[in-house]
Each structure stands twice: as structure tokens, then as C-alpha cells.
Design a protein around this ligand. Sequence first.
Ligand SMILES: Cc1cc2nc3c(=O)[nH]c(=O)nc-3n(C[C@H](O)[C@H](O)[C@H](O)COP(=O)(O)OP(=O)(O)OC[C@H]3O[C@@H](n4cnc5c(N)ncnc54)[C@H](O)[C@@H]3O)c2cc1C
Length: 384
Amino acid sequence: MIRDQETFSILLDTIRRFVRERLIPAEQQVVDSDEIPDAIVKAMREMGLFGLTIPPEYGGLGLTMEEEVLVSIEMCRASPAFRSLAGTNNGIGSQGIVIDGTDVQKRKYLPRLASGELIGSFALTEPGAGSDAGSLTTSARRDGDHYILNGAKRYITNAPEAGVFTVMARTDPDSKDANGVSAFIVERNVRGLVVGKPDRKMGQRGAHTADVVFDNVRVPAANLIGGREGAGFKTAMKVLDKARLNIAAVCVGAATRMLDDALKYAIERRQFGQPIAEFQLVQAMLADCKTEIFAAQSMTLEAARKRDNGGNITLEAACCKYYASEMCGRVADRAVQIHGGAGYMAEYAVERFYRDVRLFRLYEGTSQIQQLVIARNLIRNAAR
Ligand SMILES: Cc1cc2nc3c(=O)[nH]c(=O)nc-3n(C[C@H](O)[C@H](O)[C@H](O)COP(=O)(O)OP(=O)(O)OC[C@H]3O[C@@H](n4cnc5c(N)ncnc54)[C@H](O)[C@@H]3O)c2cc1C
């Protein structure tokens, strides 16, 4: 739902202008330096972009899901690396605390996450536990007022920048499945926590991932999210339901940008004495892009409204993430095709976007995992 259309329109207009005037012109600098420029990070902080989804009582803007989706669509007309920096604070890096944290945990961490002073990361994946995240082996053993964590996490977004991690670890050593998993808030500067070197990735330069290793890391028991053992995997899945809707919106934004670029190129580029946009085979590619973007945007907004109305959106979030990320890949491919040889050259943004958006079909659950979630929910609902 949109609570106050006028105020929200001002926010969207401000973000649209910021994307056009600051982010898109800085894209090449981000590629060259593999960093988001400090001035842009500062501007993002001042605009409240790190706290979009954090409740106002903790210093955030407290956007509804529908509002968040609309903001992500605008933000992701620029390189996805910009969104990624603030993305974990608004999504997987804070929502475990927002959804299931105790009052004390919320008061202690959310204001600094909302301001961007602290970067939050979400550490679920391990070398041996990716799609089968419930089989994770990082352990958390109770020792008086503390837990002692041991294990390794892999491909953790913003780990090099993070000040705090939401870490899923096994508190029941006899369990093998998700029921023995708990979620912890782990601060960066604790003895035994080591963040690896940033990974070398296919795309999204400026956005970083790394391994995080826990070697007898002592975490206060007060940092067990919600104060309950065994609830951590459920917390992670609630976080991912919301995050998947957001990734669907991210895909709509990136696909819109690629279509904008392809359309502009098709109108300017002339072959056989006329703009290539006049050729019906090129028009078909443009039309297919627009149709699929519209479909992904519509379904994502519909699911967002359902969540805002208190509905369970596990199935819809998987549908949106699955369809929108696959759609984004198809749009990227057509956008390169419309550019011809230029689409293979680094001076055109579509070459970079083509690589950047490949990630969306992989993280926060691969397309195959979304298919499994959708089918499992269909079958379960049919049995009721
Ligand atoms: C850039 C990047 C950032 C990331 N950020 C984070 C982060 O911040 N925090 C975090 O915790 N994780 C993060 N991840 C990890 C990401 O969520 C996992 O990579 C993803 O869930 C897939 O796990 P995997 O890589 O182990 O692949 P695998 O699980 O090994 O899958 C390999 C292939 O097998 C398929 N497959 C697996 N199981 C099944 C099945 N049951 N049925 C059908 N097919 C199946 C998959 O779909 C895939 O095609 C990130 C990954 C990347 C690349």
C-alpha cells in the first residue's frame, strides 16, 4: 500500500533525479575503481536510502512493501552495485532483527543500520550448504552467557564492509535439518571472526562478497535473535520471502534500463538507409522486452500489496523472483542483440548489465529452488 501518495511521489522523484544525475554518470568510475565513491555513499545516507525498510521508531523510513518495490525499480535503473551497498541494510542484513529481534536488539542495532553508519550482512550460505541451506554445519555451542561459533560462510554480500552479521548456526548438535538452526547477531570486531579477501566475480563491480570464518567466536547469548533457539531458519526464510520480492523489483528496474538503452540505440542506429527501430524483427524484440517487464512489474506489485495486507506471500515471492530474474536475463540478451556488435563492447552499458544481471537467477534461491518452493506450496495447498 502507498500511505501518503504526495510524500511518496516526492521521494520517488528525488530518487529518479539522483539516479539520473549522480548514479548513472558514476557507473564507469565504479567499474574502474571497484568502489562506490564516498560522495555517493554520503548522499545515499543523507537521503535515508540505508533505512528505507527500517521502522521510523528506529530511524528508518518504514516503507511498505509496495513502496519499497517502487523505490527499488527506480534505483536499479542504475548499475545494481549502488543498490547492493544499501540493499543488505534494507533487506537481508536488517530484516532478521526487524521481523524477529527483541526490543533490546532492535534498539541496539537498527538505528545505526538505518543511518548507514553500520553495514549489515546476512550469512547463511556455506561451502557445503547452498541451495540446501538447512544442512548448514556452522555450530553455536552454549557456554554460560555466551555461544561459541565455529564454521565458515561463503559468498557473503557486503562482508568486506559489514559491521554486523546475521549468522545462521546450528545450536542443536544432534540435528541435521533446519530445526536445529538459530540466528545470531555477530559484531565484526570480535576475536576469531575473519573476513576473507573479496571474491573476483563475473559482474557487479563495486559490490563485494567474501567468505566469513568463525574460529571460536564468542557471541553474547543476548544476541540470539528473538532469544529463542531453533527458530533461526524460520527467521531466515521470512527474511528471504521479503527479499525475493525486492529482487524481483530490482530485476524490473535493471530490465527497464536495458530496454531504455536498447530503444535509444535502435532509434539512433541506421542500417539499410533507415533506423534499425523501423525493422519489424527489431520491433518484436523491443515489444517482447516491454511486455515481460510489464508482467514482472505487475505481479511484483500485486504480491507486495498482499504482503502489506498481512497475507502470506511465500508462493508469490518465489513466482515473482523466478519470473522476474529469468525475464531480466531474456531482456539482457535481447538488449545486447539490438546493439549488434556494440553490445559486446564495454563502452556500452548493456555489455556490463548483461553480466551484472546474471546473478539474479542465482542468489537468494536459484530459479530451480523457486520452482521447488512454488510446486511444494501448490501441492501442500491442494492437500488441505
Ligand atoms: C554474488 C553473490 C552474492 C551472494 N550473497 C549471499 C549473501 O549475502 N548471503 C548468503 O548467505 N549467501 C549469499 N550468496 C549465496 C547464494 O545464495 C548461493 O550461491 C545460492 O543459494 C546457490 O547455492 P550454491 O551456490 O551452493 O549452488 P548449489 O546449491 O550447489 O546449486 C548448483 C545448481 O544445482 C541446482 N540445484 C541444487 N539443488 C537442487 C534441487 N533440489 N533441485 C534442482 N536443482 C537443484 C541449483 O539450482 C544450481 O543450478 C551469494 C551468492 C553470490 C554468487
